[in-house]
Design a protein around this ligand. Sequence first.
Ligand SMILES: [Zn+2]
Length: 349
Amino acid sequence: MDTILNIYNTLTRKKEKFVPLNPPFVGMYVCGPTVYGEPHLGHARPAIAFDLVFRYLRHLGYSVRYVRNITDVGHLEQDHDHGEDKISRIARLDKLEPMEVVQKYTNEYRLKMMLLNVLPPSIEPHASGHIIEQQALVSRILQNGFAYEKNGSVYFDVEKYNSKYRYGKLSGRRTEDLLSNTRDLEGQEDKNNPLDFAIWKKADPGHIMRWPSPWSDGFPGWHLECSVMSTRYLGEQFDIHGGGMDLLFPHHDCEIAQTVAGQGREAVRYWMHNNMITLNGQKMGKSLGNAINLEQFFSGEHKLLEKAYHPMTIRFFMLQAHYRSTLDFSNEALQAAEKGLARLFEGWK
Ligand SMILES: [Zn+2]
């Protein structure tokens, strides 16, 4: 454990020497998938990047508890806190129980990560399995005066929080700028301020995923689960929190605010974020028609793919780039990685 590990901390925007809180133990939490569709490259990159961190910390002799969650409730379409739950929507369209959707895509995710040689985390908690703890945090935030109840939903009071702490510190966003960018969105009427976000949401009559609570039959806000499950398994303070850069705001900034509002101090010491993946220089997305899932990469069955690519080629290709750089996928680049990997395997003979 004498080897020095330097980590770029997104919070301080500096490379810092890694000093764990309680050596030889290290606690690491990484935001996992919302399980409502086939796993894709956007799932593979954080899984592979933090798999490397996990393996390296163990190699240095640390005893690592790696927690990576499964989001199976509360993640609404477009990441807003109104609209339909992503999992409920697929359940409705495919005529399945929401938990069948969750099980199906959790199985798919685990299988694909195994094929990519990603080690399973130490604990893989489900948001739906921690509703009681999430309600307890909502109560604490209410008690501490950083939230208010309106028509059965509970909203985080950003202005109140900002009078004492700094909302948006991780992404560097300022509330003045955020306010000038807010649009009038449907379902926002109950909020005192457009920046406030739901930590408990009253379920509409048609909403199938719901739990009883002191405020209403409803469900937790998406950001809440990570505040709860990280500290539940790693303690009030822990070493590393990871995830994709797309989660910086609002997800991780809200997570920090909730945790501080609940326990009076931040939980995370080192924030690490992996960058995004592009395909032929373009952002990937279902609406752009260039979203290729991992199954299609492994089988080659997609119009943009010239051939099938072995999972280890994908892993090798991802690890050739720095995790904080964007990475562009193309047939050409993948085939170059394939050759490089084959040469590496040749060398072992
Ligand atoms: Zn998260």
